[in-house]
Ligand binder design. Structure first.
Ligand code: ZN
Ligand code: ZN
Length: 292
């Protein structure tokens, strides 16, 4: 918290390029914590950087690099000096591959201060797919599991025939009548006679994802609200964690983190802080000595 007057971003405009309504959850978070006035960069087509459905392949690069590129496009289109951008990726959970997980990234750029703040979060997601030739029982179970209705699906042929130049592809399907029609059409266009249903990951038709982006926007806003104690740059916050939380039985350092490292995005200022959960020791179950 800045106690010496208004935050440097109070009343400052920041641009966001999104075609999927993400400003609905990002704008309130930034306005409340920092006083930033979010402006939609309407002219930017973020799909030019790639789509989830693959008609335009994602360019090589990390999600953060893609988010930075989106933020730069928003800056160019609006002429502002601050911008925010979001990027998500979805796939098998790295620790439990039978579960799906999402990664959400938010980037804040300030070209005047040459400052970049990124926040990311591993999230719950309904990311999944299913193949079928009709609305049978297993398909209904799939639709229940992904929250169909508020959450849209994409429908396309499961095995596209090679000799057909344009394949049917339907996005944003949210009602059963339309779903039945598109399954019939895509199954007929598929060499295996089955349609492929995929969760639509675009935020405006995926409330689970929209909610997670909103939570991450709160984290980003809180970080921007925190000024560096040395140089007063916005965005002082977590830059890493140091392992070695000792075992409560024998004191051996474990893989669990002991302290949280905070740093400034512009100057060398840094500090160490206790764990957010207050733990000073870990259970012997996690100890390489007690439980090798
Ligand atoms: Zn131990
Ligand atoms: Zn600093």
């Amino acid at each position: 918290m800045n106690t010496h007057g208004a935050h440097p971003y109070h009343g400052v405009k920041a641009a966001m390029a999104t075609r999927h309504g993400k400003e609905q959850v990002v704008a309130p978070a930034l306005a409340t914590a920092v006083g930033i006035d979010l402006v939609l960069a309407k002219d930017v087509d973020t799909d030019q950087l790639g789509t989830f459905t693959g008609e335009i392949p994602r360019r090589l690069g990390t999600p953060v690099e893609t988010a930075v590129r989106k933020a730069e496009l928003a800056l160019e289109s609006t002429g502002l000096t601050c911008a925010v951008a979001s990027e998500g990726s979805f796939g098998p959970h790295p620790m439990a591959p039978w579960l799906a997980c999402g990664q959400e990234h938010l980037v804040f750029l300030d070209t005047e201060r040459a400052l970049r703040v990124t926040e990311q979060k591993t999230t719950e997601t309904n990311f999944a797919h299913h193949t079928t030739s009709g609305l049978d029982q297993t398909t209904e179970a799939f639709l229940d599991s992904i929250g169909f209705g508020p959450h849209a699906v994409i429908v396309r042929p499961h095995t596209p025939a090679d000799d057909t130049p344009t394949q049917p592809l339907y996005k944003g399907i949210q009602d059963r009548t339309r779903l039945r029609e598109t399954i019939t059409e895509c199954a007929a266009a598929s060499a295996c006679g089955r349609a492929r249903l995929e969760t639509d990951m675009r935020a405006h038709v995926n409330p689970t994802r929209m909610h997670q982006i909103g939570l991450l926007a709160g984290t980003l806003a809180a970080r921007l609200a925190t000024l560096c104690p040395a140089c007063a740059a916005p965005g002082y916050g977590i830059v890493g964690r140091e392992r070695g939380l000792p075992c409560k039985l024998c004191g051996t350092p474990t893989d669990w983190h002991r302290v949280v490292l905070y740093g400034c995005v512009l100057c060398p200022q840094h500090s160490t802080h206790p764990r957010a959960d207050g733990l000073t020791h870990t259970d012997p179950a996690h100890c390489p000595s007690c439980n090798p």
